[in-house]
Design a protein around this ligand. Structure first.
Ligand code: ADP
Ligand code: MG
Length: 256
């Protein structure tokens, strides 16, 4: 069975799609077979980060018609990493029908992936919460600004209040520009852990890296992302380290 990982957030623009891509590419480098699924029902854009256009089917076809996993899956351009595009036309407020998601996931589980990653839309939407319930690991991503921290806190509180349970919740603090930012997630972990009987863990701080926007304007080729163009940059290293630690925690502890 593939592990399911979800990347969620209380606020838009904090780096969910970027993180889903970073986690996927890093796992693929670690020889895991990975499927990235764009489940942002507020407006899909993971295909743009991957530099992909021209797709026939999206996840909507898998949910609403008889399109199979194989009809929707395309190669991402990175080895070991496949991709299912999201809705081309934004379908704001659309509820996800859980029995359709069940059927689709059953099908995807036959395709022998090690990890399936869902890139979600922002905010405390019912659709996001139901997708998070399928996950073995949920990553909740925030940036370091008070507005994002506030929304992240409220997102997690609402998730726990609505769903009443959760598998491991990993906090990722993105756009870190200082050592203080790097440790911000620890406060999240301790406040939420004291209040709720759930498994909440601060997984990592991810550095703000100019290489991200530089890559976007570096070439006229489709693949304008930092993971393809500047794979040795700081931010790529951060994602690789997160994945390595999650896959084989003993190896990193032995080194440090
Ligand atoms: N660590 C980072 N350093 C620099 N730029 C980043 C970083 N993380 C994300 N970005 C940029 O921030 C913007 C928003 O990220 P995105 O993944 O689209 O957010 P979301 O999916 O949460 O709306 C994108 O332009 C992305 O390239
Ligand atoms: Mg996004």
């Amino acid at each position: 069975m593939a592990e399911i990982w979800c990347v969620a957030s209380g606020k838009g623009g904090v780096g969910k799609t970027f993180a889903a891509t970073g986690l996927g590419i890093s796992l693929a480098k670690l020889r895991k077979k990975v499927l990235l699924v764009d489940f942002d029902i507020s407006g899909a854009n993971l295909h743009t980060v991957l530099g992909l256009r021209d797709f026939k089917n999206s996840i909507l076809d898998g949910l609403n018609s008889s399109a199979t996993g194989k009809d929707m899956i395309m190669s991402s351009g990175f080895s070991n990493l496949d991709f299912i595009p999201g809705f081309i036309v934004p379908q704001l407020g659309q509820e996800l029908c859980t029995f359709k998601v069940d059927a689709l996931l059953q099908q995807l589980q036959t395709l022998k992936y090690d990890v399936i990653i869902f890139d979600l839309g922002p905010g405390a939407q019912k659709a996001n919460f139901s997708l998070m319930n399928y996950a073995d690991r949920n990553f909740v991503i925030t940036n370091c600004e008070p507005t994002s921290i506030e929304k992240t806190y409220s997102f997690i509180e609402q998730y726990i209040a609505t769903e009443g349970r959760t598998k491991t919740l990993h906090i990722l603090v993105n756009f870190c520009r200082s050592q203080q930012h790097q440790t911000l997630g620890k406060s999240f972990e301790s406040v939420l852990f004291k209040k709720h009987d759930v498994n909440i863990r601060f997984s990592a701080g991810i550095r703000f890296d100019n290489a991200v926007w530089q890559s976007t304007f570096m070439t006229s080729s489709n693949m304008q992302n930092v993971f393809a163009l500047m794979p040795y940059s700081e931010v790529c290293h951060d994602f690789y380290k997160i994945c390595k630690q999650l896959i084989d925690p003993s190896e990193l502890r032995a080194v440090s």
